[in-house]
Write a protein that binds this ligand. Structure first.
Ligand code: UDP
Ligand code: MN
Length: 359
């Protein structure tokens, strides 16, 4: 009798067991496919830092995370500060008293502690004022090799520092520190970022030298050095095999192009990482008159230079005439930092941006 009852119950029991196993399997696979909200920010560049931090806190609270996902937990990152940025300025002896002096008086006075000036001639006077001057062994020339030599020095010094970002500018760039910070803090911490502005509207074409005197065509985007660009530490670390020590100049020789193109080549071709194109960087290769005055304070970099016997600079009204301030860097600086000692009192009392910049 008992045996018969058992015999009838067996299929029901087996079916129940089968359903339970099936349910369990389904639940597990759903968990694996969908790491769910705590991790969703990892691949969303537009997410704000605050949201990311809140989500990271949620990760820590969530004890249900499957074991094999635990490695993905990230420590909360403190917010990025301006002093986390290693600002490298490239200059040369003959521009110390002209171009460099203008930068020291304007934006570098606001970023002195974390701005490093790479040159080829001693500048004791400048160092004695507390500015960081790095006198390289690079030749004082505008050749590919000389420029790559300075870029290599910038890279090596940054790598030896504890900074989070390397931002390069030329000595004819105005760098707006607050705009730079806003740009960089929007990127997720610990991501591979190379951001700047291309000078061409298409990728650069180059001939890569191969062994046995062979060559091959390569295409890549690069950020023009004359407009400035930034590299995150994580990406800079990955660049080391082609950028550390003498390697940078060697890589530059492989494509027979200058320093800024070499950075683009390493990032896009050697590492397969795409450059982030930004319209906030400006070189004197573009028509700077096209920048709308009210947009100028938001730009990360500006520049100036002679083009066809005319000064190419931003058009900005202010108390300095074009003769007094041909680059317009002093005018921009007084608008951004009106309490600077040499900024005219009239400007300090400015009630609104419009009163001074619009005709
Ligand atoms: N530069 C240099 N050595 C030189 C000439 C220029 O290091 O012999 C630097 C200069 O200080 C600047 C950058 O290279 O930071 C670009 O130089 P410049 O603006 O004169 O030329 P561009 O390439 O913009 O036409
Ligand atoms: Mn220039």
């Amino acid at each position: 009798m008992i045996v018969r009852k058992l015999f009838h119950a067996l299929p029901v029991f087996a079916l129940t067991l089968f359903i339970l196993v099936l349910l369990d399997l389904q639940l597990r696979s759903r968990n694996d496919q969908n790491p769910t909200a705590p991790f969703a920010h990892e691949k969303t560049p537009s997410i704000s830092r605050t949201t990311a931090v809140t989500q990271q806190r949620d990760v820590v609270k969530n004890k249900q995370i499957p074991k094999r996902q635990k490695w993905r937990q990230i420590k909360p990152q403190p917010p990025l500060e301006l002093t986390d940025i290693f600002i490298a300025v490239k200059t040369t002896g003959r521009f110390h008293n002209t171009r460099l002096a203008l930068l020291l008086e304007t934006w570098i006075s606001e970023t002195k502690d974390h701005t490093y000036i790479f040159t080829d001639s001693p500048a004791e006077e400048v160092s004695s004022e507390g500015f960081n001057i790095i006198v390289t062994d690079c030749p004082p020339e505008h050749s590919h090799q000389a420029l790559s030599c300075k870029m290599a020095a910038e890279y090596d010094h940054f790598m030896a520092s504890d900074k989070m970002w390397l931002c390069h500018v030329d000595d004819d760039n105005y760098l707006n520190p607050r705009a730079l910070l806003s740009l960089l803090e929007a990127f997720p911490a610990d991501s591979d970022i190379y951001v700047g502005k291309p000078s061409l509207d298409r990728p650069m074409r180059a001939q890569e030298l191969l062994e046995g005197n062979k060559t091959r065509d390569v295409h890549f985007w690069f950020a023009t050095g004359g407009a400035g660009f930034c590299l995150s530490r994580k990406l800079a670390e990955k660049m080391a095999p082609w950028a550390r020590g003498p390697r940078f100049e060697q890589t530059s020789a492989v494509i027979m192009l200058p320093d800024d193109c070499t950075v683009g080549f390493i990032v896009e071709r050697r590492l397969g990482i795409s450059m982030v194109h930004s319209n906030m960087f400006h070189s004197h290769l573009e028509n700077l008159l096209l920048l709308v005055p009210s947009d100028i304070p938001k730009q990360v970099t500006l520049s100036y230079g002679w083009f066809e016997n005319k000064m190419n600079s931003v058009e900005l009204k202010g108390v300095f005439t074009k003769d007094e301030d041909p680059s317009r860097f002093r005018t921009v600086h007084c608008l951004l930092y009106s309490t600077t000692s040499w900024c005219p009192v009239a400007l300090k009392r400015a009630l609104s941006w419009n009163q001074h910049v619009l005709p």
